[in-house]
Design a protein around this ligand. Structure first.
Ligand SMILES: [Zn+2]
Length: 453
């Protein structure tokens, strides 16, 4: 009998299986090893600021970033009219990121002309995707070059400025102006378009604060979207003023009346344990904070006058304290604090109706720190009036009011010893002397007549 050896398939199959398993493992291992090289995240391009326009020597940096396989190639081109210039074109060695000083590259390699231009950036990384060419990023940014600074011409006029007072300047700018206004020292007062006339005409109300030096430099500036700036002086003369100094004796009864009330309305303000210490904190820090809030509110002010004619001093009122009185607070014979009184204290009788000094929009009608129950009215172009220490408030924020409208009743809330109105005027947050604004003639000479008719 023939004996055919029986070959058992079971001996071959395991070999095949093992071979397949080994092959699969190799593929998986290979893929795992190269997995990261197949990442799909494209390089990112970031400018250090947003821009619509650039000047002659722009400050501008750009970073190309690739967190995956790293950068392979970056090209930066600048196009304008007939010019097409390569600012950078380089191979990179898997850098995670690279920053380019675009301002410097433009200054070095480009001949700037006025008008529209574009920057084009293309970047790739070391990923194996896209037939091993890597992930690609392509970005084009359109903008304009402004070669020439704006033009600026201040309208003729003599500006007599009282220390602690206000003033107005009218000037003409060229169309490319984005920001303009007056600098008094380093304090900026923004300008606004003059309604209904030459669209390049601007006005700015500004102030010389009572404690700023009388020789503080003053100039008008105009700036374009590229940051090119031009400035112009204007004829002005400052009248230095002396302000009064007074001692305010602090009684325990007064401290015990005002401190708990203010603390209870001002949760963010911490009781210092000792009422006199808390009083000093309120008198200095809360006062400062309240004035900072007024500065912030002024930034939202509409760019036109909401008021009409002279501002009103509260009817029948007697002036109890003057603007910019320097007050030394004396406790048990010792001076413990000094603050300046940036407004007028006006008294009539208890719970006297408080009248709006002029037309405007109520922007605060609430408990307001040292001023107790207070109303703030925005009169436009950065001018805000404050009515403090009221017993009752009868208006709401957002409400438009007319001159002499009743805002509430006088009282003694906040830092007040007796019933009176504290009236303050602030120009872009700078306290100004209200006597000027109460005077029709001053308004005509210093504000109204500056505008061409
Ligand atoms: Zn006061």
């Amino acid at each position: 009998m023939m004996y055919r050896p029986y070959t058992r398939p079971s001996r071959r199959i395991p070999v095949l299986v093992i071979a397949i398993v080994i092959l699969l493992a190799a593929v998986i291992a290979g893929f795992a090893r190269n997995y990261k090289r197949w990442e799909s995240q494209s390089p990112e391009v970031m400018f250090d600021r947003d821009f619509k326009a650039l000047g002659r020597t722009p400050a501008l940096k750009m970073t190309v970033h690739d967190p995956g396989t790293g950068l392979k190639h970056v090209t930066i081109r600048l196009k304008q009219k007939d010019q097409d210039v390569v600012l950078a074109d380089e191979e990179l060695n898997r850098d995670g990121s690279k920053t380019y000083d675009l301002g410097q590259l433009i200054a070095d390699k480009y001949k700037i002309q006025d008008g529209p231009a574009s920057i084009n950036i293309s970047a790739s990384d070391h990923s194996l995707r896209n037939m091993f060419r890597g992930n690609q990023t392509e970005l084009t940014k359109e903008f304009s070059f402004y070669v020439n600074p704006p033009r600026l011409e201040v309208l003729e006029g003599q500006h007599y400025i009282n220390q602690g007072g206000s003033e107005c300047v009218v000037y003409r700018v060229s169309e490319n102006t984005e920001t303009s206004g007056v600098f008094v020292g380093d304090h900026f007062f923004p300008g606004y378009p003059v309604k209904g006339s030459d669209k390049n005409l601007r006005f700015a109300l500004f102030a010389l604060e009572y404690d700023w030096p009388p020789d503080a430099p003053m100039k008008v500036i105009a700036r374009d979207g590229a940051g090119n700036e031009v400035s112009a002086g204007f004829w002005h003369k400052v009248f230095p003023k002396k302000f009064r100094s007074r001692d305010i004796p602090l009684e325990d009864s007064f401290v015990q009346k005002v401190v708990p009330e203010i603390i209870s309305h001002t949760p963010e303000f911490k009781d210092q344990g000792d009422p006199v210490k808390t009083f000093v904190q309120i008198n200095s820090n809360l006062r400062k904070k309240n004035h900072e809030t007024i500065t912030k509110l002024a930034a939202q002010s509409p760019g036109q006058f909401l008021w009409n004619g002279a501002f009103l001093q509260l009817s029948n009122s007697k002036v109890e304290s003057l603007f910019a009185d320097r007050r030394t607070y004396v406790y048990q014979g010792k001076p413990i604090d000094q603050q300046d009184h940036v407004g007028f204290d006006l008294s009539v009788v208890q719970h006297y109706p408080i009248e709006a000094a002029n037309d405007g929009k109520v922007i605060v009608a609430d408990y307001f720190g040292i001023y107790g129950n207070a109303v703030l009215i925005d009169h436009g172009a950065g001018l805000i009036s404050l009515y403090g220490h009221m017993s009752e408030i009868g208006v709401k924020p957002g409400q438009m009011v007319k001159k002499k409208d009743v805002l509430g009743k006088s009282g003694a809330t906040g830092l007040a010893a007796g019933d009176h109105l504290h009236f303050g005027l602030f120009l872009h947050g700078v306290p100004v002397n209200a006597t000027e604004w109460w005077d029709e003639k001053w308004i005509k000479d210093h504000v109204r007549d500056r505008f061409p008719r």
